[in-house]
Design a protein around this ligand. Structure first.
Ligand code: UDP
Ligand code: MG
Length: 321
């Protein structure tokens, strides 16, 4: 078999309403690379979407399917797709047409022309609910502020990478992959590509707010240990406050005749609540890191493949990465 020029990884979870539209769009594309492969990854879909891809794959050998045993999450599904991609270059896009295939090809051409390893989409505009937009806004600002290594703000997983970049990504030992973060972290030459993000073509978002929050946390914890230092700073400030407070009370008690013992009750309660709150908050941050370490230390693979269609030969790496 000839090696494809471009592999496009498309993870999906219950997208039966979108996939026919996606197929139409992909089949309409003019001047596509002569050899491409479409790597669909079913991330535990329970509707008819895997059957739809299967039927398509039986007509078209460039359409390939990887079925995961259950829902492992979008990032793991992307990793699964990457590990099976055999193309010289690899693109990643969502199935819901929020990432447009025509744009992906433009990004691919830019990657070839400019000889860089990564071309990633940067969202200039978004069609999402206000709450989600606020969430994204806050997350990316905080993410850029916290990160210890270079980051690509306002970019999702929509990108095209060289084979070299994919190999480096896959060779990283971590199981919990925040793909857009690692893509920047590896430091290979990259170029942003401004995109506008259209609304989802059909169906409803599979990323619920809790899932999105989980993704955000793994973004923070895998690229920064700054939050861990927050506890130290807060503790130091509180201790300083306590010392200053004690001094003030001491001075008042020694040098004035004011009795402030009883009236201070509400202050006491507030201070107590506040400092206890801080302690728990910090424990939460610690717990988040501890949880990530726990998951990493167990060393389980980030996904398990149930079956594949139209895929022969070996993967780029074995699946236990
Ligand atoms: N997706 C997935 N596994 C999940 C959640 C989502 O494979 O657990 C897929 C989904 O089918 C879609 C892409 O990831 O192709 C992006 O999901 P979605 O459109 O729900 O996210 P949003 O665009 O709202 O961020
Ligand atoms: Mg979407």
């Amino acid at each position: 078999m000839i090696k494809p020029e471009l592999s496009i990884v498309i993870p999906f979870l219950n997208e039966e309403r979108v996939l026919p539209l996606l197929r139409e769009r992909l089949e309409k594309i003019q001047n596509r690379p002569s050899k491409w492969e479409l790597l669909f990854v079913s991330d535990g879909s329970t509707d008819s979407s895997p059957r739809f891809i299967e039927a398509w794959a039986s007509e078209d050998p460039t359409v390939k399917l990887i079925v995961l045993t259950r829902n492992f999450g979008h990032q793991s599904a992307v990793s699964a797709g990457l590990s099976f991609a055999s193309g010289d270059c690899v693109g990643i896009m969502d199935a819901d047409l929020q990432d447009e295939p025509e744009v992906l090809l433009e990004m691919y051409r830019m990657l070839i022309k400019e000889k860089v390893d990564v071309v990633y989409g940067v969202r200039a505009s978004r069609r999402e609910t206000k709450l989600k937009r606020l969430f994204y806004f806050v997350f990316y600002r905080l993410y850029v502020y916290l990160a210890d290594s270079p980051v690509q703000a306002d970019s999702g997983d929509f990108c095209v990478m060289s084979g070299r970049a994919v190999r480096v990504l896959l060779s990283l030992p971590e199981k919990l992959r925040f793909v857009r973060g690692l893509r920047a972290w590896i430091g290979l030459p990259s170029k942003p590509f401004p995109i506008s993000r259209p609304a989802r073509a059909a169906g409803s978002p599979q990323y619920s707010l809790p899932k999105l929050t989980k993704l955000a946390f793994s973004g923070f914890t895998s690229f920064s240990i700054r939050p861990l230092r927050v506890g130290f700073v807060c503790g130091a400030l509180l201790c300083l406050g306590a010392v200053i407070g004690a001094l003030i009370y001491l001075i008042i008690a020694l040098f004035t005749s004011i009795h402030i013992a009883a009236p201070g009750f509400s202050t006491l309660v507030i201070v107590l609540l506040f400092s206890n709150g801080l302690i728990f908050l910090y424990l939460g941050i610690l717990g988040e890191y501890l949880g990530q370490m726990f998951l990493e230390v167990k060393g389980r693979p980030s996904f398990i493949v149930e079956r594949t269609i139209n895929i022969q030969g070996v993967k780029r790496t074995d699946e236990h990465h």
